[in-house]
Design a protein around this ligand. Sequence first.
Ligand code: ATP
Ligand code: LTN
Length: 336
Amino acid sequence: MENNESKKRILSAIQPTGVLTLGNYVGALRNFVQLQKEDKYECFYMIADLHSITVKQEPKDLRNNSLDLLALFLASGLDGEKDPIFYQSHVPAHSQLGWVLDCFTYFGELSRMTQFKDKSSKHADNINAGLFTYPSLMAADILLYQADLVPIGKDQKQHLELTRDLATRFNHTYSDTFKVPEPYIPKVGAKIMSLQNPLQKMSKSDPNENSYILMLDPLDRIVNKIKRAVTDSDACVKRGEGKEGVENLMSIYSAMTGKTMDEIEVEFDGKGYGDFKMAVAESVVAVLGPIQEKYKDYIKNKDYLEKIYRSGAERAMYVANKTVSKVNRKVGFIRP
Ligand code: ATP
Ligand code: LTN
């Protein structure tokens, strides 16, 4: 514990809204694992089930997706014994601080959030208050743990900026209470694009199945999806105007192999898209294949999963409750 007290903290989360895409893996999950391995941080990794119900969820699917995601976290290499992995709904402090921060967030700020605009146009029949205040709850997730660093994909940057503003606003209104966190956005793969429309983010809620690669897609399906990916008529593996499809495949290949974009251009100089796509597909299969095997073992072992999320919640609560007590005292609530 003493050692942990002096370590910097990380908090991040993923919603259990379906099987993760390659975008989620490269933009977020893979960095969770790398940062945990660096051993410089105490890492709190959370499954954001409270956030997920801002969009309609079938209870049975939500339960399955929530367990699947934990198994996928572990299969991807997260160590749930070293650092806590937990469900947001198991730690009441998230809802408690979420409410207080709601009262510090302005309507105008929330109205500017692009995720809110996107999701409310996609779910026009269910523009609920939770979808609107989603970023204040996300701020609570982060500030509860006094996190120094938050690994996220590029699309979450705006939410992190709001989190920083809220922390600063609260600290100025009362006194120093929250650590102001920094985002950690990967240099390669911060925004993997759709395979069918490379101007749009790869998203698991896209109606076109060929637009995304799921981490648990059968391997032959992955190969087919990459073969069908939209490119251009140039037949030249290079970055450039109108070559967003090729550039996206190049960044996937770069993220999978560690090669730079320049190295990739040299490697495929004079070769056609057929060879290039095959190499990209093989690199993805080489990374996802072993994760899928491990996932099959973890998902069968419900007792182990339960052990991880129970101890995770206990450890998370210990830290989160301290912050909530401090906040409640500063705001002026009577001590219970
Ligand atoms: P949806 O696709 O249903 O809108 P989502 O995948 O965007 O959901 P989450 O599952 O909560 O939302 O995202 C988890 C993490 O994955 C976030 O840090 C997000 O920035 C990152 N992420 C999501 N899509 C991509 C992508 N295409 N490229 C890189 N990172 C991504
Ligand atoms: N909004 C995030 C998921 C999320 C999150 C967080 C990410 C919820 N709480 C705290 C980082 C830190 C998304 O990816 N859609």
